[in-house]
Design a protein around this ligand. Structure first.
Ligand code: NDP
Length: 359
């Protein structure tokens, strides 16, 4: 008869930009996945700071109702173009990262079957949903040894750590690295991994509790920036030399100190703006120490299927072998996503935040 079976699910959707309160818990209807798509029943959802940027409009949305993912406009790979074509379509769900069990596969799709457990970072249709449709090309299989909450914490955050430490700047034994927000979701993974690579790791955090976690995560030196001067402490720790690389996700409040903390020929890797967008740095300012400056986005480093599988594979291997201890420090019901956002923005969280779909 051609009748399509509609699946009803609840999702968090955003109809206007603003604070956590703009997130609404609504019923959505999902059809069958089309060519190249799968449908999954979500089991765990990763909350990321990028979700906050989208919700607030730090990353401009093309039009309201808000469709998350608009910054992908500037991306160019085939995979990403495919995502882009989906952006302006039907949904205004929010969220980038999730894990779930496949409930339907699109026509002609091979290599995926109902019952598979998959995870992804970057569903243009949003991840804050009980059930959802996504392009099969962004999904990777989750090894049975990794539980769903962990997997939902390491697709976006873990692959970011991989890309930052192995591809954007290749950390080697003997390097000294500075990680801001060292107790955060990405920060915790960065510190553990950098330590395992043999680097001397310096982390910055806001309080004692986060400092204790950062120390456990392999930071050799932790600076509590609310009490200590970051530049002075880094100079002291490095005997005046500075660090080889700064991983800076805080942005506005930290970038100046980050530049000052760098050694000659050091790398400033600016990969986020939790405190707001950093001001422009005049290119001539780089000359004083022959510095490098880069502003990477995970999507550009996982643009091909091979790159995606390589990054996800490295991350899952390091979770399995214990190099990465995934700290799922906060879980909320999906319907309580607003509370999760408020806590993340309020610097109240450490490690990863996971939403569990209400049953
Ligand atoms: P975090 O868990 O790191 O949370 C943010 C932390 O940043 C806070 O806990 C806080 O730690 C610190 N912070 C400092 N200043 C502020 C402020 N004004 N407001 C809020 N937080 C502040 O979040 P995620 O792990 O999800 O993300 C970390 C960063 O990495 C984000 O900036 C995100 O955008 C970026 N990112 C970038 C990617 C890319 O491809 N470029 C991919 C993935 C993440 P403290 O209390 O110690 O100050």
């Amino acid at each position: 008869s051609g009748d399509r079976i509609m699946v009803k699910a609840k999702a968090i959707r955003v109809h206007e930009l603003g604070g956590p309160e703009v997130m609404r818990w609504e019923e959505v209807e999902l059809g069958d996945p089309k060519e190249g798509e799968i449908r999954i029943k979500t089991t765990a959802i990763g909350v990321n700071f990028i979700d906050v940027y989208f919700r607030k409009g730090v990353y401009a949305a093309p039009a309201l109702p808000f469709t998350p993912g608009s910054p992908i406009n500037s991306f160019s790979s085939d995979c990403v173009k495919f995502l882009l074509t989906k952006f302006n379509s039907s949904t205004n769900n929010i969220g980038m990262e999730a894990v779930g069990v496949v409930t339907a596969v699109g026509p002609g799709l091979t290599g995926r079957k109902v019952g598979d457990v998959v995870a992804y970072a970057g569903n243009p249709m949003g991840s804050y949903a009980q059930e959802q449709i996504l392009p099969a090309s962004v999904a990777v299989p989750v090894p049975p040894s990794v539980d769903h909450k962990q997997a939902a914490s390491v697709m976006l955050k873990g692959m970011t750590a991989h890309v930052l430490l192995r591809r954007v700047f290749k950390v080697e034994s003997g390097h000294t690295v500075l990680v801001h927000a060292a107790a955060g979701g990405v920060g915790s993974l960065l510190c553990q991994w950098a330590n395992a690579l043999g680097a001397t790791v310096i982390g910055t955090v806001s309080n004692e509790e986060k400092a204790a976690q950062a120390t456990q995560d392999g930071c050799h030196h932790v600076i509590i920036y609310t009490k200590e001067d970051v530049v002075a402490r880094v100079k002291e720790i490095t005997s005046g030399k500075g660090v080889n690389v700064v991983y800076d996700s805080v942005g506005k409040d930290t970038y100046k100190a980050s530049v000052e903390c760098l050694a000659s020929r050091g790398f400033l890797v600016s990969f986020g703006q939790s405190s707001g967008k950093p001001d422009p740095i005049p290119m001539s300012d780089l000359a004083s120490k022959s510095l490098f400056l880069t502003r990477p986005s995970l999507m550009h480093y996982t643009a091909t299927r091979d790159e995606l599988l390589e990054s996800a594979g490295e991350v899952f291997a390091n979770v399995a072998n214990g190099v990465l201890r995934v700290r799922v420090n906060h879980t909320y019901l999906l319907s309580e996503a607003a509370r999760a956002h408020a806590d993340l923005e309020g610097r109240k969280t450490s490690g990863s935040i996971v939403l569990i779909p209400d049953t």
